[in-house]
Design a protein around this ligand. Structure first.
Ligand SMILES: [Zn+2]
Length: 141
């Protein structure tokens, strides 16, 4: 196994040491090996350009936000050709709401949709996952 020496700001190193301790890593080396493997895997992923994608887009926002809910409805209509489904869930005790969209299209289509959701206002937190349609496995049975 090769050995590397890395310079790193003190505050980042402190955060890394916290993670090592709270998540039971055997030490910094184990954490850096795992981080390295994830990065290598990410760079090896084939490009998402020119592929049909399915995206799950979630927007979390405060309960009873009529302006945000109106915007979500508008987005569903303006992106109707890409929206496969849309649902609204209220979180227990009026703590907030989650709007979930399933989007299908090429990267530009999905990116435009995500940008439009993010642009709603600063109360809206957005997360998304992407899956290339051509990565779907054929059933083995
Ligand atoms: Zn709700």
């Amino acid at each position: 196994m090769g050995i590397v020496s890395v310079s790193m700001p003190e505050d980042l190193l402190e955060e890394i040491d916290d993670i090592v301790e709270t998540h039971d890593y055997s030490g910094r080396s184990e954490l850096f090996r795992e981080a390295g493997r994830k990065l290598v895997q990410e760079f090896r992923e084939p490009s998402l350009e020119d592929r049909d994608l399915v995206a799950i887009v979630s927007a979390l926002f405060p309960y009873d936000s009529p302006a945000v809910e109106t915007k979500m409805t508008e987005l569903r209509h303006t992106h109707a050709s890409a929206v496969r489904s849309n649902s609204h869930s209220c979180i227990c005790d009026d703590q907030g709401c989650v709007e979930t969209f399933i989007i299908e299209g090429e990267l530009a289509t999905v990116s435009e949709f995500v940008r439009d959701v993010e642009a709603t206002n600063e109360d809206v937190q957005v997360e998304y996952s992407l899956f290339p349609v051509d990565s779907i496995q054929r059933p083995t049975l």
